[in-house]
Design a protein around this ligand. Structure first.
Ligand code: ZN
Length: 185
């Protein structure tokens, strides 16, 4: 995966939903054997109803494409976004629309996001049994959020959805800020 790629804004319950049905307050939609329903990780998650083999392109992370600047302008007043950075030089982001945007982050995921010729696919990194929730590592970066706590429940949970680089960058920034405030005191 391209090192710079990853989701960079926090996911929560969307205003826009793909075609589906509402059952007992839970939004259900079925595409290619995938189903969106309530999840212990986050409000909603994406589950497979079929066995998926390692290496399978499960679903494309698709939607309208903007530049990072256009997206910032468009969504400056919205805290719910499903933007996915393609990690390319044009700083293209995909405004996720469809089943893939419901796939939650996990620190011990069963999928990964792959950039293939400017398109982003969620690819299985191991065999996944039917009924399992699909997850991948978000590698959040460049987020306006103060934190992005992770509740994935994995044994090796990092406690944050930020990428390791972003965690380092934020620690550095915090140290610099602490130094500056000491100097001015
Ligand atoms: Zn985690």
């Amino acid at each position: 995966m391209d090192g710079a790629a990853g989701r960079f804004v926090i996911v929560s319950r969307p205003g826009l939903l793909p075609a589906g049905i509402l059952l007992d307050g839970i939004y259900l939609t079925m595409v290619d054997g995938l189903i969106v329903r309530s999840s212990s990780i986050h409000a909603a998650g994406c589950y497979t109803t079929r066995k998926i083999r390692k290496g399978t392109r499960v679903i494309e992370y698709d939607g309208p494409r903007f530049t990072k600047d256009e997206a910032d302008e468009r969504y400056s007043d919205r805290d719910i976004t499903y933007l996915f950075s393609c990690g390319d030089s044009s700083k293209t982001v995909i405004d996720g629309f469809g089943t893939a945007m419901f796939i939650n982050h996990s620190c011990d995921p069963n999928c990964e996001s792959d950039n293939i010729d400017g398109r982003v696919f969620i690819v299985a990194i191991r065999d996944i049994p039917a009924g399992e929730e699909l997850t991948y590592e978000y590698n959040l970066f460049d987020s306006d959020e103060d934190d992005a706590d992770c509740y994935c429940g994995a044994k090796q949970c990092r406690g944050t959805m930020f990428s390791e680089d972003e965690v380092k960058r934020r620690a550095k920034r915090a140290r610099a800020a602490a130094k500056a405030s000491k100097r001015s005191a």
